[in-house]
Design a protein around this ligand. Structure first.
Ligand code: ADP
Ligand code: MG
Ligand code: MG
Length: 881
């Protein structure tokens, strides 16, 4: 059997060996391989780490042997000797897991120094002060990082020494003072570890390597792995690299740079450096670093090396790089490179620019941009560079950010808006009566209600930010104050909300406006050209329909008709319909509503001219259109106390009776959907009539309306066949009357488990299916969404019982399995049957990937999610087909 290889010299590895060498090691190897200036070194593999653990946390003899063999090669290459006084080799010991991981051991620099080699270093550099300073840094780092000795114990000694010598800064400490510090440092080391400070560099090295391996299993690292799904048996690598010094004088320095601007994406070297400094000094913020531009004047020859190197790096990696570098006596060394983290804006610009520069193709560009980047770019964003005073956190109900004066009254919101003032509307919860206030406000904050509360749904529909269910704030609309802990804010005070995080922020924050132009539009168009799943939109109003088209929707997957009933001025008519005692009365009332509905459909179908428009007939239980029974009872009491007109009181009491009669103990599972349509056929018939009349009118005008009628909440095929017959009769009647043939598809929403498992039977009576994944999730899990989100879901997620909120991210194993079953059953007999999704999951990237795999025809989501969905659909297609 071949001997296991536990160490790789940098020149032996490459960037594909991340699993063995860790991210840092693989990239150091790659940079050496392509001839960039990297100080020589080697990597101890992740495999060694795992075997170390199998060997009861001991390095095996074989490992030690290979470590010292590799070290010997570095000595040969550099002409320096490890532990040799004359020309000592010093190294850094750096951890490096496969994925960069906070919680891993920090780096130890200057390893190899002891009482002898420090003098050699002094002689060789002609700078004893530098040598002593390097030594005391080493003892400090070694003690802190390898043995966990508290930092302050060392810092106290330095402070003491400074006081004693009457100096302010570290750099003013004399050689003598540094010598004293070293003696004191070693004392602390001995006190804390019970051992003398290891003078033998080989011992130092083995201790440091073991410490890196041990840090793989410290608490912080374990927790991080758990959260980020990183397997425990990956192990970490260790990099041992010969030191270069940025702190040897004014022709030295150290810094970090990005090959492009990570916040704007601009193609321009972006970075900072410190003259005469070592490693971590830049991050530590002790001195203010200079911008990389200035290097041009200070050390022009180094700047030129830099430009050469960073261009090579980008061309090689074909991505923006984040690099660490050190300059020793005017010579540039690279110490690390990785793909740089970037904002959404920069991600898009860099991807598009790189396509134009010929570095990557369009497919890769689409893969480089995350769907949530697209999402972020679509909403005004909070400038996170600024400090934020977050006072509470609610549900992130509708993304985007808003700032403005606090207003409690919707009318006042409207007045202020007219005066050109920005307001945020605060309510315990909102009702249809508050709509004008929501329209006028920049955003809405409610203390009650879940992700489907009125405020949340309305705000999402309008693309307005909303934080709902924020029970940490108590809103008093009478006194017009809001209290969070000790903070009390009044009407007119400034507040901000971030609907993407649920954060409530005191004061105003700076917002950055979204733009659908430039590179952003370009990449969206490329995504569209990939022709993944089609993306339709959920839109109930002509305005939404227009918006959806603007964002590229290819149809409407869900047009809910209940919103048409909810409009303030229609409520009395709707109520009359509901309160009807006879079929005759109901028909009469509906006749009244017919022209209004027709007008709605006319406008929507016109806006969607030529594109399919799926209209869902009335779904919610009727009592949703009636006032709350308790409110009504109170009102009756009041009327009695005031001794108002007997007749009026009697009338109200009748009304209350009706409201009570309609009230259900479990409306979600009650008298709604097609159950309503079957028991009150006039309602659906009237809606169908309204659609057909609108179609006929539009056709006369030369338009191409394409409505599709969708029946909600079908569980039995018989429900659909009965409904279908009824609707077809109505359609036929009108067709004959107008001497026209219309061909309107009739389909159903699949939102009950029973519908999924009997989908083949149901499909016999349907022209299409649309999976209503919101209700399907509720009915499959047996959760009522608002109750779940308001009460236990949070806990479930915290306890890792559930990974994600199943109402945002499709539960693929459960709900997804049901959908898969329905797809299989349907497509077996009807391979071309049209299938779509119209739940909120239709706009969520990981769910879209799943729908793509099932071979659905389209997803439908809120107009503002359309670009995200288009993008996610393209990526799903790229990565799965
Ligand atoms: P981190 O992951 O915290 O960045 P690193 O291992 O990259 O840890 O190193 C910390 C600092 O030390 C960085 O600034 C790095 O450039 C510097 N450094 C690491 N190794 C060397 C070396 N051999 N010579 C000079 N500086 C080094
Ligand atoms: Mg680093
Ligand atoms: Mg539903």
């Amino acid at each position: 059997m071949n001997k296991a290889k536990y160490t790789y010299l940098f020149e032996e590895g490459n960037s594909d060996m991340r699993e063995t060498l860790g991210g840092k090691g693989a990239n150091l190897a790659e940079m050496s391989r392509i001839g960039l200036p990297v100080p020589p070194g080697f990597t101890v593999t992740t495999k060694a780490c795992n075997e170390y653990y199998n060997n009861d946390a001991n390095l095996t003899d074989e490992m030690k042997e290979q470590i010292f063999e590799s070290l010997q090669k570095i000595e040969d290459e550099s002409g320096k000797g490890f532990g040799e006084k004359e020309n000592p080799l010093l190294v850094s010991v750096r951890s490096g897991a496969v994925a960069s991981m906070p919680g891993m051991m920090d780096t130890v620099l200057n390893l190899g120094l002891n009482d002898e080699t420090v003098e050699g270093l002094a002689e060789k550099t002609g700078n004893r002060r530098f040598a002593l300073d390097s030594y005391r840094r080493f003892i400090q780092m070694f003690g802190d990082v390898v043995h966990g000795i508290e930092h302050y114990l060392f810092e106290d000694i330095i402070e003491n020494e400074k006081d004693k010598n009457g100096v302010e800064n570290d750099v003013e400490l004399s050689e003598k003072a540094l010598e004293d510090i070293i003696v004191e440092f070693k004392k602390v080391f001995e006190q804390k570890t019970g051992d003398k400070f290891p003078e033998d560099p080989k011992e130092q090295l083995l201790q440091a390597i073991k410490a890196v391996f041990n840090s793989w299993n410290n608490q912080r690292a374990k927790v991080y792995r758990q959260i980020n799904d990183i397997p425990d048996d990956l192990g970490t690598a260790v990099n041992v690299q010969s030191m270069v010094f940025g702190n040897m004088g004014e022709d030295c320095g150290t810094g970090v740079a990005f090959t492009r601007n990570p916040s704007t994406g601009e193609k321009k070297l972006y970075g900072e450096f410190l003259m005469n400094a070592q490693g971590e000094d830049v991050v530590a913020g002790i001195r203010t670093p200079k911008s990389i531009e200035e290097l041009k004047d200070i050390l022009p020859e180094v700047y030129d090396q830099f430009v050469d190197v960073y261009e090579k790096l980008e061309n090689h990696y074909r991505d923006m790089q984040d690099i660490e570098f050190t300059v020793e006596k005017k010579k540039l060394y690279l110490l690390q490179t990785r793909n740089g983290k970037r904002t959404a804006k920069a991600a898009v610009k860099i991807a598009v620019d790189m396509v134009k520069e010929g570095l990557i193709d369009k497919k890769e560009a689409i893969n480089r941009v995350e769907p949530n980047h697209i999402d972020q770019l679509l909403h005004p964003q909070i400038d996170t560079e600024k400090k934020l005073d977050v006072i509470a956190k609610g549900l992130p109900a509708s993304p985007g950010a808003a700032s403005g004066q606090i207003v409690f009254d919707p009318n006042e919101a409207e007045r202020k808006k007219e005066n050109g003032e920005n307001v945020v509307l605060l309510r315990p919860e909102t009702t249809p009566d508050d709509i004008h206030g929501i329209v006028a406000a920049e955003g809405v904050l409610t203390s009650r209600g879940g992700m489907t509360s009125h405020a949340a749904v309305v705000a999402r529909g309008m693309g307005k930010p909303c934080v709902s269910g924020c029970d940490a704030v108590s809103i008093d609309i009478n006194k017009e104050v809001v209290q969070v802990d000790d903070t009390i804010l009044k009407k007119g005070d400034l507040i901000s909300i971030d609907g993407a995080t649920g954060n409530v922020i005191k004061g105003e924050v700076e917002l950055i406006d979204p733009k659908l132009g430039g590179e952003f539009k370009e990449i969206l168009d490329w995504a569209n050209d990939m022709k993944g799943l089609a993306v339709w939109a959920n839109a109930d109003t002509p305005e939404d329909a227009k918006k959806a088209r603007e964002f590229g929707a290819e149809g409407i997957g869900l047009c809910r008709t209940e919103h048409m009933f909810m409009a303030q001025e229609r409520i009395p008519k709707v109520r009359r319909m509901i309160m009807s005692e006879t079929e005759e009365q109901r028909k009469e009332a509906l006749e009244d509503l017919l022209p209004l509905q027709e007008e709605d459909f006319y406008e929507i179908l016109k806006a969607m001219d030529g594109l399919p428009t799926t209209i869902r007939l009335l779904d919610p239980p009727l009592h949703e259109f009636l006032p709350n029974s308790q409110d009504l009872a109170c009102e009756i009491e009041r009327m009695k106390v005031k001794e108002e007109d007997e007749e009026k009181i009697l009338e109200k009491e009748e009304f209350l009776k009706a409201v009570n009669a309609l009230e259900e103990s479990n409306p979600m599972l009650g008298h709604r959907g097609c159950r309503l349509g079957l028991t009150y056929p006039e309602i659906y018939i009237t809606q169908a009539k309204a659609i057909i009349k609108a179609v006929i009118k539009l056709k006369d005008e030369g338009c191409k309306p394409c409505p599709e009628i969708m029946i909600p909440l079908v569980g039995y095929s018989k429900e659909l066949s009965m409904m279908r017959e009824m609707l077809e009769d109505t359609i036929k009647e009108l067709e004959e009357e107008n001497n026209i043939s219309l061909n309107i598809p009739i389909g159903t929403m699949i939102e009950l488990p029973r519908a999924c498992v009997t989908a083949d039977e149901i499909s016999e009576h349907a022209d299409f299916f649309s999976f209503g994944t919101n209700d399907l999730t509720q009915t499959t899990l047996g959760y009522s969404r608002d109750d779940a989100e308001g009460k236990f879901l949070h806990y479930y997620i915290q306890q890792n019982l559930l990974e994600k909120n199943p109402f945002s991210v499709l539960d693929q194993e459960g709900v997804g399995k049901l959908i898969e079953t329905a797809v299989d059953k349907t497509r077996k007999t009807k391979p071309e049957f049209k299938l779509g999704v119209c739940g909120e999951h239709g706009g969520e990237p990981s769910s879209i990937e799943f729908f793509n795999k099932l071979g659905l025809n389209y997803v439908s989501c809120s107009p503002y999610r359309v670009p995200v969905a288009r993008f996610a659909a393209a990526r799903a297609k790229l990565n799965n087909n």
